[in-house]
Design a protein around this ligand. Structure first.
Ligand code: FMN
Length: 465
């Protein structure tokens, strides 16, 4: 069989993910692999008709498509995102339609599931027959047990093709949205009290998003910095080279760093306004997010209120919503709100005003919502990965983690370890164990009751303020 590998890594042959493909190529010599380096060659593919046609011909001839891509910033790299936009924009989906597809990624498993969900949905949109995915950790290929799993994954893909297995789509088509927002009421402006409000956007002239950005800016009484992300003058997308790891400095010499420092760093309230293209923000926004990787794993939005304006059917895009909300949380910021143009154009004015009001109120109070699973799990993944090896190269991360007490492994909590050991030993005394079993709920709430008593002190303090 002929397999077309759509490689998303900007590193081409030097891609970690591509080594997994090369492994499969050796393991399945009876099949042919044609790799198209979409991640590396996106500019040529976009600009040169010949390159585009050649790529489509390769896809056309194949029996199955394997998306082989790294996970970048919770999704696929901007370059691959751009390719997916081009397929939609140039009506080329019919070349992919009906093809069997599978996805192979490498990452450290931080939001690999959202990258897979996105690719699956894109395959459904293109009418492809998506059979499944394999998500590898960067180093998994060195492990024999993993190699066997990879072979089984790929065998299943090949069998699906040869048996022409029926495949059901999972993601229903997106509803079409039409620009309909016409701002009406003049907003009652919210006093910014010296706080810096920044709105970054990728709005097209005359779009709903542009109107939303303008209206939101007018909801704040005080200067609001509004900037189009094209003004960051990026020369290109993230190269995935990781040379930034030592000192958090990117190899690109362009306007991105200055733009970041002028707009993102000083913002107290940061609003990210994006247009949905296929099933995520535009490739331009994705490029912006990927380029922010020069900060390594240092949370650069920490302490900010973050809001989103979305032009597009966000209500049908659970993966986009998950990425947007998790990005804020893992960055140690607070989600002030999301306003979209989809449900009821008449309600957008009020929603924008509520976002302005809420972002300012929460900024005044310094409120950052406690993290849920994405940030708690993300912290543990990064902590273990950085400590476990990455710190040899990711020096800036290592410094930040040390300085901020983020290497908070439970094994270093000696008081807790002693108490756990003592409790564990006590459990071997039958009478103690009987008592604990009988009164389990009591022992679970007992340590919290001190805090309840202290709440009266807090209430009195609040009353005095
Ligand atoms: C810009 C950038 C963003 C990344 N984002 C993520 C991420 O969100 N989750 C993750 O698990 N790994 C992330 N990684 C790590 C890559 O997924 C990993 O290094 C991958 O193996 C690179 O594959 P490649 O050599 O094929 O490009 C990121 C790496 C880079 C350079």
């Amino acid at each position: 069989m002929q397999i077309c590998v759509i490689s998303g890594s900007p590193k081409g042959e030097m891609s970690v993910t591509l080594q997994y493909v090369r492994f499969l190529e050796q393991a399945f010599p009876e099949h042919t692999f044609s790799v198209v380096h979409v991640g590396q060659d996106i500019r040529t593919i976009e600009r040169q008709e010949e390159a585009w046609d050649r790529l489509l011909a390769t896809v056309q001839e194949c029996d199955g498509v394997l998306w082989a891509t790294p996970v970048y910033c919770m999704l696929v790299p901007a370059q691959l995102k751009r390719f997916i936009e081009l397929v939609g924009g140039r009506n080329a989906a019919e070349v992919l339609s009906g093809k069997y597809a599978a996805a192979l990624t490498t990452s450290i498993h931080f939001f690999d599931h959202t990258a897979h969900a996105y690719l699956h949905a894109v395959c459904d949109d293109f009418g492809m027959r998506y059979t499944g995915f394999c998500s590898a950790h960067i180093q998994d290929l060195q492990n024999e047990a993993f190699q066997e799993r990879l072979i089984l994954f790929f065998s299943d893909f090949l069998e699906a093709i040869s048996e022409q297995r029926p495949v059901q789509g999972e993601f229903p088509p997106l509803p079409a949205l039409f620009a309909a927002y016409a701002p009406k009421s003049p907003p009652a402006a919210v006093d910014t009290r010296g706080r810096r409000v920044v709105i970054l956007h990728d709005a097209e002239p005359g779009s709903d998003l542009e109107a939303m950005v303008r209206h939101l800016a007018a909801c704040y009484a005080g200067p609001v910095q509004v900037a189009h992300i094209r003004d960051a003058m990026m020369k290109g997308a993230c190269l995935g080279c990781c040379r930034c790891a030592f000192e958090n400095a990117c190899v690109y010499d362009d306007g991105f760093r200055a733009f970041w420092e002028e707009h993102v760093v000083p913002a107290d309230i940061l609003v990210i306004a994006g247009t949905v293209r296929d099933r995520f923000f535009s490739a331009a926004w994705k490029q912006f997010f990927d380029r922010s990787f020069f900060n390594g794993h240092v949370p650069t939005f920490a302490g900010k209120q973050v809001g989103y304006l979305v032009e597009g059917p966000l209500g049908h895009l659970a993966t986009l919503r998950e990425v947007l909300t998790s990005l804020v949380m893992t960055e140690k910021a607070n989600l002030a709100g999301i306003v979209t143009n989809e449900p009821d154009p008449a309600g957008i004015d009020a929603a924008l005003h509520a976002l302005a009001e809420r972002s300012m109120r929460l900024a005044d109070r310094g409120y950052i919502a406690p993290p849920t699973f994405p940030a708690v799990a993300g912290h543990k993944i990064f902590r273990d990965e950085i400590w476990g090896g990455m710190r040899a190269i990711f020096k800036a991360d290592d410094r930040y983690y040390r300085q901020n007490g983020l290497y908070d492994f439970p094994t270093w909590n000696y008081a807790q370890r002693i108490s756990t050991r003592v409790t564990s030993l006590a459990m071997s005394i039958p009478a103690v164990r009987r008592d604990v079993v009988k009164n389990m709920p009591h022992y679970m709430v007992q340590p919290l009751q001190d805090s309840i008593e202290k709440s009266t002190v807090l209430a009195k303090r609040r009353a005095k303020q």
